[in-house]
Design a protein around this ligand. Structure first.
Ligand code: SF4
Length: 251
């Protein structure tokens, strides 16, 4: 089975426990207004106007061979393979196959996801996923539809299903100044983290403007948020820490 991989990041230490290799797949059904990787939206390979190719079609065996090159580092650090995107659940069969093969080689598997997928997909991936790095972008459904262009109901339903089935979950919360960092959203995030027994931690991910130039080159548009002021990340971590009993840290 193949998928289009647009980046492989080695020695990552912020995308799951230990030292990990993060594999980014192209294809995403969401359209977050602040997206930092609009080059991942289309599932197929494409080119920037200067001819630079985005993505490479790879088999699951090719990806696994690349990931296994650093197995010694995973073994000593408790790390492994993280699949990200785009949205890896968009490539369900590939992701399930790659994770099954990775687990067959003794690798830990982490899935970085928006959680926006049919329930059956979550069920299928849960069998081969050790830890879920689960994005929560906002709890207000109308704002979510406006800012992310999809409903947050299936995302929350899938999250509760994983919690009920004992999954290991880290919530990842992108914080975009003036967009979703208002106090009602932070309070709702705190309540959600407390409600879910399997949420181990909440990671705050402050806005980065990485998507703007890439979107411009591709003729796409992403929102240019004001850059977070000095101390912004610490301030959000502090506020959220007072709103939940779960650990909160900078992601
Ligand atoms: S931020 Fe992630 S989930 Fe949102 S549109 Fe971009 S790739 Fe998709």
């Amino acid at each position: 089975m193949t998928a289009v991989v647009f980046e492989i990041e080695k020695f990552a230490t912020h995308d799951g426990p230990g030292i990990r290799t993060v594999v980014f797949l192209k294809g995403c059904p969401l359209r977050c207004m602040w997206c930092h990787s609009p080059e991942s939206w289309k599932p197929e390979m494409e080119r920037y106007p200067d001819g630079t190719v985005i993505g490479r079609e790879m088999t699951s065996d090719e990806v696994l061979a690349e990931v296994l090159r650093d197995k010694d580092f995973y073994d000593v650090s408790g790390g492994g393979l993280t699949l990200s995107g785009g949205e890896p659940l968009f490539r369900t069969a590939f992701s399930a196959e790659l994770f099954a093969k990775a687990k067959g080689k003794g690798l830990s598997t982490a899935l970085e996801t928006s959680g926006y997928a049919p329930a059956a997909v979550i069920d299928q991936l849960s069998a081969v996923t050790d830890i879920w790095l689960y994005d929560i972008k906002g709890l207000d459904s109308a704002r979510h539809r406006d800012q992310v262009k999809v409903d947050n109901a299936p995302i929350l339903r899938n999250l509760r299903w994983l919690d009920a089935h004992g999954a290991r979950i880290i919530l990842r919360c992108p914080m975009i100044p003036g967009v979703n960092d208002f106090k009602e959203n932070l309070a709702a995030l705190g309540r959600l983290a407390d409600e879910l027994k399997c949420v181990e931690r909440v990671d705050v991910e402050p806005y980065v403007p990485y998507g703007i130039d890439k979107a411009r080159k591709l003729g796409l548009k992403v929102y240019e948020a004001p850059l977070p002021p000095m101390g912004y990340a610490d301030e959000i971590v502090g506020k959220l820490s007072r709103l939940t009993g779960k650990p909160v840290r900078l992601g």
